[in-house]
Design a binder for this molecule. Structure first.
Ligand SMILES: [Zn+2]
Length: 392
């Protein structure tokens, strides 16, 4: 099966490329912000919803105007791509997945995407439209043989590092089928708890970096506004932020690949982290472990490798239910790490018990092919109604 896969590398632009990139990033940002305002105004003033095609046509007119003719100095492809990105941001908003799009800021991460018609790949080096020389990329791992980049995104992050993300279509072979299955629970002391009892990742992993970050942030706060020292201190904070984010993502990737490789069926809870983050004492720990990013990785890796990922609705009482006898506690606050079932007397580690329940209910869902939602379990005529807990 052909799958899209992105490969990210660091690169070091020469002075000329730096200038061209700065201009391109600036134009992309300008076009994105202009179109965001345009689409918002169109809605408020005329009740119109502009589409991607509408904004693309208006961009052509914008470039013809004298005061914005400098937009022609950069490749037109990344500018159209900026409109596509905005369109996606709007779609995410309309479908309830994201907040209303906001303006891009100069100080944040900059990016520009080149489609295949604006890049040249000769099998060894990558050259972009309006640039003479190929990018000096650090190939820490090779692109798969014979692949052709379908798009390329360049970014410059707040720590002033340049990255190129190359999207290729790749033939990914499904892994050999294994009988192993696992339920995963999000923990606080450990990032992930398997139903087998195995735990992964301690949020304290990042504690040292965070101390450093807090120190750098305090230093930054003391610097005079607009001074050179302030700019330097800000860069240092940005670098530390990025370092922490990189380590976290790296860890998540290793773990999600391992779990997908080892198991045929992976059951997880689609936790509403937002609700949990309201509790401030837990907020840091939860955002640290980045559950939703981890779930996203499991999702696409399962698809790549022919595994099944079962997501269970939050309503299911995985923590409060005794795995051994099915008794459900009235309440179980987040600080209780272990409990004894009043019904059968089995002593439970909170997280392992939850992971076991998640696996059990996940397998039921996978077998029935139904969403686990109250009232959503269908029964065939002539058969007695199937209880949701029947097979556990
Ligand atoms: Zn029990």
């Amino acid at each position: 099966m052909k799958q899209k896969k992105a490969y990210k590398y660091r690169f070091y632009p020469n002075d000329e490329q730096k200038q061209m990139l700065a201009r391109t990033f600036g134009c992309c940002r300008y076009v994105y912000n202009w179109a965001l305002r345009d689409r918002t105004d169109a809605y408020y003033k005329r009740g119109e919803r502009l589409s991607y095609e509408d904004t693309a046509q208006r961009l052509v007119l914008l470039k013809k105007q004298e005061e914005t003719s400098w937009l022609d100095e950069v490749s037109s492809v990344p500018l159209q791509q900026a409109l596509r990105n905005l369109d996606r941001a709007f779609r995410n908003f309309f479908e309830g997945r994201a907040h209303y799009p906001t303006f891009k800021k100069k100080r944040h991460q900059q990016s520009a995407t080149y489609a295949s018609n604006a890049l040249n790949w000769d099998g060894k080096s990558l050259t972009l439209a309006k640039m003479d020389e190929p990018l000096a990329i650090v190939w820490h791992r090779p692109l798969p043989d014979g692949c052709k980049p379908s798009s390329v995104t360049l970014t410059k992050d707040e720590a002033e590092r340049y990255f190129v993300s190359i999207v290729v279509e790749e033939d990914i072979k499904a892994l050999e089928v294994t009988p192993k299955m696992v339920g995963l629970d999000l923990g606080l002391k450990s990032m992930v708890i398997e139903s087998s009892g195995q735990t992964h990742g301690n949020p304290k992993f990042f504690a040292k970096d965070e101390k450093k970050l807090a120190k750098a942030q305090r230093r930054l706060a003391k610097k005079k506004k607009g001074s050179k020292n302030r700019a330097k201190a800000r860069l240092k904070v940005a670098r530390l932020h990025k370092k922490i984010a990189d380590r976290r993502r790296d860890y998540q990737h290793k773990l999600s690949t391992k779990i997908i490789r080892e198991n045929q069926v992976v059951c997880i809870e689609s936790l509403q982290v937002k609700n949990m983050v309201k509790n401030h004492s837990l907020a840091k720990a939860i955002s640290d472990v980045g559950w939703s990013e981890f779930v996203r990785q499991l999702e696409y890796k399962a698809e790549w490798y022919g595994r099944t990922l079962v997501k269970i609705d939050k309503w299911y009482p995985s923590s409060k239910r005794c795995f051994d006898c099915g008794h459900i506690l009235d309440s179980l606050t987040l600080d209780v790490r272990a409990w004894t079932c009043p019904e059968c007397g089995v002593h439970h580690d909170r997280d392992i018990n939850a992971a076991k329940n998640i696996l059990a209910v996940g397998l039921t869902v996978a077998a029935c092919g139904e969403a686990v939602r109250p009232g959503a379990v269908k029964t065939k005529p002539g058969k007695p109604p199937r209880s949701r807990n029947a097979s556990q």
